[in-house]
Design a binder for this molecule. Structure first.
Ligand code: SF4
Ligand code: SF4
Length: 368
């Protein structure tokens, strides 16, 4: 099926997040993947993923982000990258890097991979091991990061920030420069999935955030033209929400390892919703017509105060999954918004969970 925006009035998405697998050797305390993971036996096979990539290109999608779990756990990754780029898609790999080596990176590059994003849990190896629950990860990540740029691909350092490493933001930036990354994403932990279980162990204090903000701003002038810095204030200390996913069903779609098509990574947490599968319905039809994508698309679903707010087509009422997690209903205005009747909840959560103390982490387990 070829997507026709002229007949549906809906613009095609920009990017597809292809979650190839939930398998992952790491056990990050902040992992935002669902609590119930797809086992390997339910993963889409190579032929179905190839069809999905073709359908994505037909739909007008420009970029595919191969993600997981750990996407390099899939032996067919090279074949999928080659298929994606053959279909005209820009291919990005989002990886922990611990299963990669120089030879495989070069095969991926030869298959057409253009960009690699590596997640770093810390700049101090022992601290990174505590957060990731994985021994020996940091030297491997550094080695692979160097191999990415040596192989001629673009590198993004994804610095995942929480209370135990937030005061090392300068070290993260220095590490990205040393690795010749083109971009650093300073990503404050979002409290979905497993991360929600560890919120009281990970959430920083407001003072820590202010310090980080000052450090990032102080570094920006010297980084111009050398390193792109993506950084936003985390939701729980913000006054207005972000346009989550650029608005529900507006810019992105996710395909899970077992083939469900989601408007956002955490959408399966919303009770009562059903998601169409790529094995049962064409991607273009799901994007344009499925009940899940229609549910919070646009502004018709909005309650007050969003419905009459002049920001409603800028932030699209914020994040549905966050509204659910914090207020009990995905239909509510994101409580990050200070105009929300639930905004006071945020102050309560940051008062109880924000801190600097060592609180025991709860780890997930999932074998390859
Ligand atoms: S956050 Fe950590 S555990 Fe979760 S998928 Fe990514 S690397 Fe694996
Ligand atoms: S009321 Fe709704 S649309 Fe207005 S700023 Fe808040 S979340 Fe955004």
């Amino acid at each position: 099926m070829t997507f026709c925006g002229a007949t549906t009035g809906i613009e095609p998405p920009l990017a597809l997040l292809a979650e190839l697998t939930h398998r992952c050797p790491l056990r990050c305390a902040y992992c935002s993947n669902p609590l119930a993971l797809d086992p390997a036996s339910r993963e889409l096979d190579t032929a179905v993923w190839r069809r999905v990539l073709d359908e994505a290109a037909d739909l007008g999608i420009i970029q595919v982000h191969f993600s997981g779990g750990e996407p390099t756990a899939r032996k067919d990754l090279e074949a999928l990258v080659a298929h994606a780029t053959g279909a005209g898609l820009y291919a990005n790999l989002i990886t922990s890097a611990v299963l990669l080596d120089r030879a495989r990176l070069e095969r991926l590059r030869d298959a057409g991979l253009q960009h690699v994003q590596i997640g770093f849990q810390d700049t101090v190896p022992a601290k990174a091991e505590i957060i990731s629950g994985f021994p020996g990860g940091q030297p491997k990540k550094l080695e692979v990061a160097r191999a990415v740029t040596d192989a001629g691909m673009a590198l993004t350092v994804n610095a995942i920030v929480q209370r135990h490493n937030i005061d090392r933001v300068d070290d993260f930036i220095d590490m990205a420069l040393e690795l010749k990354a083109g971009r650093i994403e300073i990503a404050n932990v979002q409290y979905y999935g497993w991360a929600l279980k560890n919120r009281a162990a990970l959430m920083p204090t407001h003072e820590q955030l202010i310090r980080m903000d000052e450090r990032v701003r102080a570094r920006l002038p010297e980084l111009t033209g050398r390193l792109v810095v993506d950084y936003v204030v985390p939701d729980y200390y913000a006054k207005r929400p972000k346009a989550c996913m650029g608005g529900w069903g507006r810019k992105f779609l996710n395909v899970t390892p077992s083939g469900s098509v989601l408007p956002c990574h955490a959408a399966e947490t919303i009770p009562g919703m059903t998601f169409d599968r790529v094995t049962e319905r064409p991607l273009a039809d799901i994007w344009a017509n499925s009940a899940a994508f229609q549910r919070y698309r646009g502004t018709d679903w909005m309650p007050q105060p969003c419905r009459s707010c002049d920001q409603r087509e800028i932030d699209w009422g914020g994040c549905r999954c966050q509204a659910l997690a914090l207020t009990g209903s995905a239909d509510n205005t994101d409580p990050v918004c200070e105009l929300s009747e639930h905004h006071g909840l945020l102050a309560g959560i940051t008062a109880t969970d924000g801190g600097t103390a060592e609180v025991p982490l709860t780890y997930r387990s999932f074998s390859l």
